[in-house]
Write a protein that binds this ligand. Structure first.
Ligand code: FES
Length: 138
């Protein structure tokens, strides 16, 4: 392994050992727990939404270094982002945020946090629309 690869690997491990935004948020607007059925590793996302933007975001869970580091990196990236922007993050973009290139076998690890965020946002927006519809019915 060359020096650059070593540095990128260290950066990933640093996110794993000292994750950013690790924890839970009470009364989160967005909350979703997702898991990788192959290994059972899980990520639970908590986020507060203010003016259609992510004002606060945290994650909890357990799993391999890639899944936990990806959650740390993604939550840092999402802080302050508009939901519309957050929804546009593709799998490729998520994987490119990781300091190392993950093998095909580990792609699910790298995408677990993004999947939890995407599903959480869908549920949040669905609930918001239902509230708006029931308000117009009043
Ligand atoms: Fe389980 Fe990576 S080995 S998410």
């Amino acid at each position: 392994m060359d020096l650059a690869e070593d540095m990128y690997r260290e950066e990933l491990l640093d996110h794993y050992r000292r994750p950013q935004n690790h924890g839970k948020i009470g009364n989160a607007d967005i909350n979703y727990r997702d898991f990788n059925p192959v290994c059972g590793d899980e990520i639970e996302i908590f986020a507060k939404v203010k003016n259609d933007a992510i004002s606060e975001i945290k994650f909890a869970g357990k799993g391999c270094a890639i899944s936990q580091a990806a959650a740390s990196i993604l939550t840092e990236h999402l802080k302050g982002k508009k939901l519309a922007e957050a929804k546009k993050i593709s799998n490729e973009e998520m994987l490119s945020m990781l300091p190392i290139k993950v093998s095909n076998l580990r792609i699910k690890c790298g995408l677990l946090a993004l999947k939890a965020v995407q599903k959480g946002m869908l549920i949040y927006e669905g609930a918001k629309q239902t509230k708006q519809i029931s308000r117009t019915d009043d």
